[in-house]
Design a protein around this ligand. Sequence first.
Ligand code: ZN
Length: 130
Amino acid sequence: MTGKVCPKCDKWKPLDGFHKNRTRPSGRQSYCKICLNKARKENYKKNRERDLKNCAEWYKNNKEHCVKVAAVYRKANKAEIKKASDEYYQNNKDKWRARHYANRDEILKRMRDRGARKRAEKLEAASCVS
Ligand SMILES: [Zn+2]
């Protein structure tokens, strides 16, 4: 069986263990599939870490801007927001109260989770994930 040694893991592998690559004289990648896969994963992880770091950085540098935008929105829509939530409460008073008390811990936990996820999504959406 024909094969070659992968210079990364120093193991002899049959050609099936290498991805095809027509631009190479051997017709195969020089690194075996396993090594390439590993490298790709590591790259992905590295890029991801870099992106997340950039995200955090961006948010840190633009926090004031974010807070301002949110405040402006709240201010501009204060009446609407209040009206909507008041209306909901008035229309669903018993339901709201019963549910709230029955599942207090659960609701609080979910609100916290949702808040954290929303923040994470916002960070991701903040244009820094390539
Ligand atoms: Zn290898």
